[in-house]
Design a protein around this ligand. Structure first.
Ligand SMILES: Nc1ncnc2c1ncn2[C@@H]1O[C@H](COP(=O)(O)OP(=O)(O)OP(=O)(O)O)[C@@H](O)[C@H]1O
Length: 236
């Protein structure tokens, strides 16, 4: 089942487009990797899909407007006057989670991300990776149907990366749609079902590893090779 349909989308800043006529869909239960060079427009696209930035043209439609979504931004945004417990209490309250479900899920996520001992501390005392984990726990707590994650791997330690990959797999099996931007292509290649390849605000390729290999005529190519090829073809 399709969750999000993006049609002829243009978006940018001060009416100057940095994303140009994008067309794609995001389906239920799939993990889609957004790959693009610096400044390609990945964060901008995340902002448009989550309604933070209005499109200049085209549209983003959600098949089920009632779907809950979550965003983990590239730069963690936490309240420095609130402990992690207070953040999580607040998220659970906003999503009307039953207390027992909330506590059970909170404890499981804290354990998975090795953050149990940080629960009553303030994010100002956290390391960069801990802040990222706190954001992830906040977004994963209420099990959104659509999860947007902007560059999740940079800053996470190996156990954090493993925990995130495990949770993403579990959430996908539950039917969640995950849209993730990343520069860590060897990990993306292993875990994503499909990819959107973005260069200078344009989609230069999309599909599974297999379909991209077929499209660009390079069997056995890695995601990095496919991305480089897609950009060459587009800008040649
Ligand atoms: N607030 C803003 N105002 C004006 N231009 C912006 C703003 N934010 C981003 N841009 C521009 O939009 C373009 C896309 O930026 P964006 O942050 O979406 O890229 P990105 O693909 O996420 O890059 P990176 O991989 O470096 O994080 C860039 O040219 C950037 O300079």
């Amino acid at each position: 089942m399709t969750r999000i349909i993006v049609k002829d989308l243009a978006a940018g800043y001060d009416r100057k487009a940095v994303l140009h006529r994008l067309n794609f869909v995001l389906n239920e239960g799939e993990l889609v990797g957004l790959i693009g060079d610096n400044g390609a427009g990945k964060t901008t696209l995340m902002k448009v899909l989550t309604g933070i930035l209005p499109p200049i043209d085209g549209e983003v439609s959600k098949k089920n407007p009632g779907d809950k979504w979550g965003l983990v931004p590239e730069i963690p945004q936490l309240y420095y006057e609130m402990t992690l417990r207070e953040h999580l209490d607040f998220v659970a309250m906003c999503h009307q989670m039953p207390q027992d479900v909330y506590e059970q899920r909170r404890e499981a996520l804290l354990e998975q991300f090795v953050m149990t001992d940080q629960l009553d501390k303030f994010p100002g005392t956290y390391s960069k990776g801990m802040r990222q984990k706190a954001m992830l726990i906040c977004a994963l707590l209420y099990q959104p149907q659509i999860l947007f994650i902007d560059e999740p791997f940079v800053g996470l330690d190996p156990k954090g990366i493993q925990a995130l990959l495990q949770v993403m797999e579990t959430e996908k099996r539950r039917g969640a749609t995950i849209f993730m931007s990343t520069h860590i292509l060897d990990t993306a290649e292993k875990v994503c079902d499909r990819f959107l390849l973005l260069s200078r605000g344009k989609l230069v390729g999309s599909g599974s590893m297999e379909s991209l290999r077929q499209k660009f005529g390079i069997s056995e190519a890695s995601l990095m090779e496919l991305y480089i090829r897609a950009v060459e073809v587009e800008h040649s």
